[in-house]
Design a protein around this ligand. Structure first.
Ligand code: FAD
Ligand code: SF4
Length: 440
């Protein structure tokens, strides 16, 4: 049973979705940074996909050099502030911190990262930029973490970069998908607007690249094109009843609640299907939106869940009930979702089987499918490139597609990972684009 009431005002919404990693004040940052051992060959750095020099920026914070700390972070990761909040630090940098071996709380690296970068954004701190100006132009399709990171790096290298984004706002799933108790929308918008000011790329929102003529124009006007288009909407699960009202996809539900929290409908009894991080987020968010009961159903065992265990614990801490080894056979209801017909499952030699005669029904008035995203966006149908069998773009080791003018990075390439992976791949892709254009 959840303790939250459906938020009716912005204040109530912010209270229900209070930040789990709030900003540190100066005393907290000084104390926490003084705990760091500034390890040689630090394991936290190795665990960071973008390789931020963590001991260096922590030392800079400790010495009061906040500008230096922010520059150290942005040197490696253009979404330094966003990643400080949304990265699964528990399994990355903080999970690798040497303090874990002594059973002592690891350094709160993510929060220290936010402490330094938030100040840089607020003061519009000047970041180092390249001196060379190049004549070539690069188009970036998609203004998610991948597209924006690629645009920053290319602008720094002197190119003229135009970013095209179909949605009203830039940020991709970092903005439209990540949980509101991890980061507020304004924080992501502020970081993107800071990067735009710093690096000077042009951003065209509400500007979908959606047909063959758009593609043709881009190909003739630009010397290279980066695809940072992410993935598609929630995949259908093809069971009876999927078309009933109140049966919704997780990414669509989360986008609605992030953009219009006060008008997003929530059921009283919500069932969430899935065992990944998106399922945990959708369940936690349903509870915080005021659902009386939230039940998470996963067809395999707890140990086989794709979600991080700390995300499950977070969902449970707000009253979510998790049930494992249960498969939904049918969504029942008359026009609207009224329940789900399920069966128990078990795994035999790694193959999932339904347990005969174990069918049962759970009453619910909303079903959220967190059963994965479609692997591609419609745009990719228009561009003759090589894709793998699940629809991911394939590239060579230089992030270059089968048509050499195109490069790719982020979810569209890796099939869905974290913000930090999209940032890192896109930055590397930008360096490869530079090398391609210089040798052309
Ligand atoms: C519900 C949810 C929660 C998540 N939570 C976390 C988290 O807590 N921490 C974390 O690190 N990661 C999280 N992720 C994953 C993370 O958000 C993604 O890995 C990351 O955003 C991928 O970045 P990207 O730029 O590759 O793609 P996206 O962020 O998907 O951006 C792609 C952009 O391209 C645009 N686009 C697509 N087609 C076109 C077109 N034809 N023309 C113009 N623009 C186009 C899209 O509108 C979008 O803005 C979450 C994902 C989901 C779904
Ligand atoms: S591993 Fe921990 S103590 Fe060592 S440098 Fe990294 S944050 Fe500091």
């Amino acid at each position: 049973m959840s303790d939250f009431k459906k938020p009716k005002t912005k204040e109530e919404y912010l209270e229900n979705f209070g930040q789990i990693k709030p900003l540190m004040n100066a005393t907290m940052a000084y104390y926490e940074s003084s705990r760091c051992l500034f390890c040689y060959d630090a394991p936290c750095v190795k665990a960071c996909p973008t390789g931020i020099d963590i001991p260096l920026f922590i030392r800079q914070i400790n010495n009061g050099n906040l500008s230096g700390a922010a520059k150290t972070i942005y040197e490696q990761n253009y979404f330094g502030n966003t990643c400080g909040k949304v990265c699964p630090t528990e399994v990355l940098c903080e999970g690798a911190c040497v303090y874990n071996e002594q059973d002592v709380k690891p350094i709160e690296i993510g929060r220290l990262q936010n402490y330094a970068t938030e100040k840089a954004i607020k003061s519009n701190l000047n970041l180092p930029k390249g001196q060379i100006k190049r004549d070539e132009r690069v188009a970036v399709i998609g203004a998610g973490p991948a597209g924006i990171s690629c645009a920053c790096e290319l602008s720094k290298l002197g190119y003229q970069v135009d970013v095209f984004e179909s949605k009203e706002k830039a940020g991709g799933l970092a903005l439209y998908g990540t949980a509101p108790y991890k980061i507020r929308n304004e924080e992501i918008e502020d970081e993107i607007s800071y990067l735009k000011t710093q690096f000077g790329f042009k951003l065209y929102t509400n500007h979908a690249i959606s047909n063959a003529s758009d593609i043709q124009k881009l190909e003739s006007k630009y010397d290279a094109i980066f695809l940072g288009v992410g993935m598609g909407g929630t995949r259908n699960i093809n069971i009876p009843g999927e078309g009933l009202d109140n049966c919704v996809g997780a990414t669509e539900f989360i986008e609605s609640l992030k953009m219009n929290p006060l008008t997003t409908a929530i059921g009283k009894k919500v069932v969430v299907l899935g065992g990944g991080n998106t399922a945990m987020d959708a369940a936690s968010e349903s509870a915080r939106m005021g659902a009386d009961e939230v039940t998470l159903l996963y067809r395999r065992s707890k140990d086989e869940m794709g979600a991080y265990h700390f995300e499950l614990d977070l969902a449970k801490s707000v009253g979510v009930k998790a049930v494992f080894e249960v498969q939904v056979l049918e969504i029942i209801g008359d026009r609207k979702v009224g329940g789900v017909k399920c069966t128990k499952t078990h795994s035999k030699d790694g193959i999932l089987e339904n347990v005969n005669g174990s069918e049962f029904t759970i009453d619910c008035d909303m079903l959220i499918k967190a059963t994965g995203q479609q692997k591609y966006t419609p745009l990719l149908d228009l561009i003759p490139l090589n894709y793998d069998r699940v629809g991911r773009i394939t590239t060579n080791n230089n992030f270059q597609c089968s048509n050499p003018k195109y490069f790719a990075g982020g979810d569209a390439l890796n099939g869905g990972a974290e913000v930090v992976n999209a940032c890192e791949e896109a930055k590397k892709a930008a360096i490869e684009i530079d090398s391609f254009l210089q040798h052309k």
